[in-house]
Every structure is written in C-alpha cells, then in structure tokens.
Design a protein around this ligand. Structure first.
Ligand code: C2O
Ligand code: CU
Length: 485
C-alpha cells in the first residue's frame, strides 16, 4: 500500500555545496517489520527555498572575537541537520558550488548502490556547477550522517558533513533529544584560515589532529534539560582523525544504540568511538540547577563535550534509572553456521600498486592517479589511493547476494582503524582483545593488533566501499571494495 501524502520541501542552501532537499511522505509498504509502528504523516511544510551563495561561509570557530573561518557547508547553517521518519523517501539535489568535484555519501544508510555517492564507483563526480539528484527510501531508524567521498580529508576538514536523523525508534518518548557532535578543525590561530589537512607524518601514523575542538561546530554547549527526566543524547564522532572515548560524568547514563541500531540498554562507562561512529545514550537529567557532563576521556585531560543542566521541577516520585530499549533494528540476521568466513588484513603498504586500465594500459596508482602525497596503508596488501577511483582495482571480495558472511578483521598495525562497510550493517560478534556486547554497526574500531569478527547478510547488490574512516588512512591506501551480486 502506498499513500500519497503532502511533501515537505527544504532547501539546504550553501555557500559552497548546495543540496535542495524534499522529503516525500512515501509510506513504507507491506514489508514494514512488525516490531515498528507505522510511519506517521510527514510534518508540516518546512523552510522555504533560498538562493544559495557561492562564497565560503564565515564561522567563528576560534571564538567570538576572533577571526572567522571560511567553511564549506551544505546549507545556510554551518551544520545541516535533516530529520525524517523511517519510510520517508529522501530527495536531495546536490548543486556543486565548490571549486572541485564532490558527491554525497549517506553513511550507514542501506540504500541502492547508485545512490551511495562514491565518485566513479557509483556515480559520476559532480563537477563544479553541476548537480546530482539523490532519491532513496530510508529503511532504518537511527542517527546517521553524510559527507563527500573524494578529497575527503579536505572537504570534510572544511566543514562538509551533515547529520541525518531517521526518527521512529522510540518505544517511549524521551524528555529531550539533542545532538553532541564532535569535530576538530585545523585552524591558523592568527587568520582563522585552514592549515594543511593532510601531513605525511600524520597520515602514516594516527592521522593529523585538529588544533581546535568543537561540539556541533561551536564551543562545547550548555543545554537545559527537564530535571530528573530521561533524555536522549546522540553522540557522533565526525572528526576525520580523532578517536574519542565518551562517557557521562554526574548522571546515570545508558547506551541505547550503536551506529543508529538499537541495543539492549547497558550502562555507559566509557565507549571508544573512532571517526564516523555514533552512540545514542540516555541520560537521567540532573536535579534542578545541577549539572552533568558528556566527556571525552581519551586525551591528556578530560574534555567536556557538553554540559547538561537540570531545568524546571523534578518529578515527584523518581523511578529507578532503567531506560526502555528502542525498537529492534530490522536487519537480516546472518546465519553463522553457514556463513562464509573471509579474512581482511589491515596493514601498511606492501607490493604492487599497478592496475590495468580498460584500454589495457598499465597504470601505476602510486604515480598517475593519486594526488595524495604518499601511500602508507593497505587492505589484504592492496592499496588504494583516494583519488584512484577512476580505475578501480579488483574487488577485495566478491560476495554472493543473499549469503551470510563473517569478516575477520585483523589489524596488523600498532594504530587504530575504524573500519566501515558501505550499504550494509554488520553484527560485531567478538574480538581477541576488547570485550564489547554484541551489537550492530556500520563502522567498527579495530584497536592495535586486534582481531574482530563481524557478520552480515550480503543482501544489497552493488559495489560497496570498505575502508578505514581515519580519512588520511583512507586517502593513503586503506580502502577497497567488495561486490555483491
Ligand atoms: Cu563515511 Cu566511505 O564513508
Ligand atoms: Cu586507519
């Protein structure tokens, strides 16, 4: 059954890149999974369209009376946040006003391959002045984001990252729903301009760190929360480099979702998040006037990401902290007994970087295609420079449509690598080093020398990128793809 419903039209205008969005109320059909309630009507008409500008958008990341930084953005606001409902169809028109080509990858969304936003692999690059229409249904609820997929370290480094929230997973409403988005910036203190985004020294090790931290593209905010109520905090690590370890100080907190997928709630002690990872947390908001903090433990001094202040009056009869789970994700369950096991070694560069172009010419990826200054990393001894999309090497694996797989991810290096697979969510099963509850994810953090097993059903046909999300590692070789057919 398909219901014709009114459409919501929003322009996420932009100084540099432009996406015109409209969210159609195309309801989910009969295939909607049982545990989830039906998608309600889309909300009232949104923001009217505005004419986007061409110049970078000045944003004061260094402080109120300091020079502004020239951001590239997806909209009139520095940070674009799109909220839709599961079952909605997202229509986004990207109009490129950047001086270089771009595209939008919708990270974590199980969408059809031609909408995946990988230049050359799934669509032609959107050249300056050009445009591209994205249109896909949103099969899953959760906290997602979107970003470019070429020259990524610079384009994301300049600000191109947006949040996509797909609502409809709450079994009981929370008292608030806020974003806590981490991102660092590489800024020249004197001018506000950007420093080099990629350095050889960084790319070959843990990545090049930002010089200024931010939460939601600004200083760590203080947010008023209904005192004593359970509130939802969606934590996103959208930095290109930083691994954080998040926790909550001064209040009880529980994890309710990983990469947007519900888990049975468990107490949040500290959860390590590599770039691209998301964590949904329920926090019992503090008493009136009291504070709690969302923090990052993974640096020399504990860093406050957000302060929560109890507001209003606390409930008369407080209950024990026991947050209700979200609706279970509607993901295909891998058959572990019949799954094929494939090993992937994440290591540093070794061996041959040549591929055959369609005309038979042999091309050295290390020289001709890649503008990255060096190649440092590899998956299964195969390196792929970021800008080498034009002549993709052979896939890392060819998967059979509908079959279950266990990927054994083996980190041969002394560095951390958050590993992301496009177009699918996988179940993180176990590890030789880190004790985590079994959970669904689209990005999994491999700690040094760790071996981790993840499982999924290869149910989405196409060519899907598989890479480290420390973007300098991705840009200097730690990327490949798998095919599903
Ligand atoms: Cu968020 Cu291929 O990446
Ligand atoms: Cu890496």
């Amino acid at each position: 059954m398909t219901a014709a419903l009114p459409r919501r039209r929003v322009l996420i205008g932009a100084s540099a890149a432009v996406a015109v969005l409209s969210v159609g109320g195309i309801a989910t059909g009969g295939g909607a999974p049982k545990p989830l309630p039906p998608a309600p009507n889309p909300r009232a008409p949104g923001v009217p369209a505005r004419r986007p500008g061409r110049r970078p958008r000045p944003v004061r990341l260094l402080g109120r009376d300091r020079p502004a930084s020239p951001l590239w953005t997806y909209g009139d606001d520095p940070l674009t946040v799109i909220r839709v409902r599961r079952g909605d169809t997202l229509e986004a028109r990207l109009e490129n006003r950047l001086p270089e080509h771009t595209s939008i990858h919708w990270h974590g969304i199980r969408l059809p391959n031609p909408m995946d936003g990988v230049p050359y692999m799934t669509q032609p690059p959107v050249e300056p002045g050009g445009s591209f229409e994205y249109r896909f249904a949103l099969p899953d609820t959760g906290t997602f984001f979107f970003h470019p997929h070429c020259n990524t370290v610079e384009q994301v480094g300049r600000g191109l990252a947006g949040v996509l929230i797909v609502e409809g997973d709450e079994t009981v409403p929370y008292g608030a729903d806020v974003l806590c988005l981490l991102k660092d910036w590489r800024l020249d203190e004197a001018t506000g301009g950007f420093l080099d985004f990629l350095t050889d020294a960084g790319a070959a090790r843990n990545g090049t760190f930002g010089t200024v931290r931010s939460t939601g593209f600004g200083p760590a905010p203080t947010v008023r929360m209904p005192a004593g109520r359970d509130v939802r905090v969606r934590i996103l690590n959208l930095d290109v480099t930083r691994v954080s370890q998040v926790g909550v100080v001064g209040a009880e907190a529980a994890v309710i979702a990983t990469d947007g997928n519900a888990v049975a709630p468990f107490p949040l002690e500290a959860w390590r998040m590599g770039p691209a990872m998301r964590l949904d947390v329920v926090v019992r908001a503090p008493a009136p006037g009291a504070t709690a903090r969302v923090v990052d433990y993974f640096s020399k001094d504990i860093v406050t990401l957000m302060t929560l202040v109890g507001d209003g009056t606390a409930p008369d009869r407080p209950t024990a902290f026991d947050p209700a789970p979200l609706y279970a994700p509607a993901l295909p369950e891998p058959d572990l007994r019949r799954a094929e096991i494939l090993a992937f070694d994440f290591g540093s560069t070794a061996g041959d970087l040549t591929v055959a172009a369609p005309n038979g010419e042999v091309i050295d990826l290390g020289l001709s295609l890649c503008l990255a200054p060096g190649t440092f990393w590899a998956i299964n001894r195969q390196s792929w420079p970021e800008r080498g999309h034009e002549y993709p090497p052979a896939p890392l694996a060819e998967l059979a449509l509908g079959r279950s797989y266990v990927f054994e991810l083996r980190n041969l290096t002394p560095h951390m690598h958050p590993i992301h697979l496009h177009g699918h969510s996988f179940k993180v099963l176990d590890s030789n080093k880190v004790d985590r509850p079994v959970h669904w994810a689209d990005t999994a953090l491999l700690t040094p020398k760790e071996r981790m097993r993840v499982a999924f059903v290869a149910d989405n046909p196409g060519s899907w990128m598989f890479h480290c999300h420390i973007i300098e590692h991705q840009d200097t070789g730690m990327m490949g793809y798998v095919t599903v057919a």
